[in-house]
Design a binder for this molecule. Structure first.
Ligand SMILES: [Zn+2]
Length: 447
């Protein structure tokens, strides 16, 4: 799974590279049903779509120029405004209707269908993981592009533009509407705030594609949810010798960690936890008056995540109570616990044979690629999946590496990158259906 590890790292969403993360790949080989296969192939062969596919291939030099220009506008977490304003201009130029920036900072517009079909949202994310002041200049060497964010997600943002232009230039008529755009707050402590706001504002969306760095044949259809807490322990503190007999914040936290480390979550659905960081104490000869830890919990199943959290959080309080009891300290003068939620990404899954997953498998096959289902990831797709809305994460094309890295330069190899937007466009079209001279019914049901 080494190659996939690279792609997963690129899948971002605050997910650091996880080379050893054992995925739970589907056991049975994946089969696309005959109706889905027929629909995707009919769409691919429709004259207007053939023209759009060709337009995407021809647009590649301009796409790479866009990708570089977009990347060179910094978009640190919570500071996507400048890139958002530029992207709004770019989206407007593609001829979409009602291009606007919402209150949260998401930028999107709509391409109307002939009516009666479902509505798809195809997007990428504006933000990067890189803090303000990071040099986001793009350099080129041996045919590759180098720069923080050049793949994640400057490639996705570019793919969305390329699709919008191709649909316009080829005059593709769809039955349902396609909303195209970009979200804020996908990475890290952004906690998917953009996509959360989007779906709160737009309850009529029936399906979702997020484009992330990676190869187009890789299909992720499950979202790993996470809940992260900072748990702070506060006590009276004191001198290690003179005040011996007082409860210690560090000892209390140690008791809590001992309990937490014994939790045994299910292997399937994959559910995990870790105490990721600890800090505290004043000096070696002090009874600690303060200590804190950060805890990460993840699951592909929302119910299991809730269960894990309900089991883990009381262990912090129990650790403090035990510590206070050990020293006969009253609760008021003893160690107390404060818990702060610092990360919240909803989990979500769907039937792997749902139409959108089927289409996401059929489209790369139609383009001559070898599709493969991927382990769950943590991206904008988590939010619709959690809401029960069909969603997939698709690769934007080309190859990528060192995403999220602060030490090694993120790179993007544009070889055959046009396959990314071609593939995502085919998936979106199969969802909303074709109108015009060669109609194809939408595969995506209206909700
Ligand atoms: Zn990303």
């Amino acid at each position: 799974m080494a190659a996939i590890g690279v792609v997963l790292a690129a899948g971002c969403g605050g997910t650091p590279p996880q080379p050893a993360a054992p995925p739970d790949p589907p056991a049975a080989p994946y089969e696309v049903s005959a109706p889905v296969s027929a629909a995707v192939n009919a769409i691919k062969e429709a004259p207007a779509v053939r023209a759009a596919l060709a337009a995407i291939a021809n647009d590649e030099p301009r796409a790479i120029a866009d990708q570089i220009a977009i990347n060179q506008i910094p978009a640190p977490p919570f500071k996507e405004d400048q890139r958002g304003a530029d992207y709004l201009r770019r989206l407007t130029e593609t001829g979409l209707e009602d291009v606007h920036r919402d209150k949260e900072g998401n930028v999107y517009g709509v391409r109307r269908g002939t009516g009666g079909g479902p509505t798809m949202f195809v997007s990428a994310h504006l933000d990067t993981v890189f803090p303000e002041g990071t040099d986001v200049t793009v350099t080129q060497q041996d045919g590759k592009l180098y720069g923080p964010g050049i793949a994640d997600d400057a490639r996705g943002l570019t793919a969305v533009l390329v699709i919008a232009r191709a649909l316009r230039d080829a005059g593709v008529q769809t039955k349902g509407d396609i909303v195209l755009g970009a979200t804020v707050g996908e990475e890290g402590l952004g906690n998917l705030r953009g996509v959360k706001a989007f779906f709160a504002e737009n309850p009529g969306i029936d399906g979702f594609v997020t484009i992330e760095p990676g190869e187009p044949e890789h299909v992720a259809y499950e979202g790993t949810g996470s809940r992260r807490y900072e748990i702070a322990f506060a006590g009276p503190g004191g001198h290690s010798f003179g005040d011996f007999g007082r409860p210690s914040a560090i000892h209390a936290m140690g008791r809590a960690i001992t309990k937490i480390s014994e939790i045994r979550p299910p292997a399937t659905p994959r559910t995990t936890f870790t105490v990721g960081t600890v800090a505290g104490g004043t000096s070696v000869n002090s009874i600690a008056g303060a200590a804190k830890m950060q805890v990460d919990m993840r699951s592909n199943d929302p119910g299991e995540l809730t269960k894990l959290e309900a089991q883990l959080l009381p262990m912090a309080t129990a650790g403090a109570q035990e510590e206070n009891a050990r020293w006969n300290a009253a609760a008021e003068g003893g160690v107390t616990v404060q818990t702060t939620l610092i990360g919240d990404r909803p989990a979500g899954t769907q039937d792997r044979n749902s139409p959108i997953v089927q289409a996401a498998f059929a489209a790369p096959a139609a383009l001559g690629l070898n599709p493969a289902l991927q382990p769950a990831s943590s991206t904008d797709a988590n939010v619709p999946l959690n809401l029960g809305i069909p969603a997939v994460m698709l690769g934007g094309g080309g190859k990528a590496g060192n995403t999220h890295s602060s030490t090694d330069k993120e790179w993007f190899d544009p070889t055959d990158a046009h396959l990314g937007p071609q593939n995502a466009m085919l998936v979106a079209l199969s969802m909303v259906g074709l109108a015009g001279e060669t109609p194809v019914e939408p595969l995506l049901p209206n909700r």
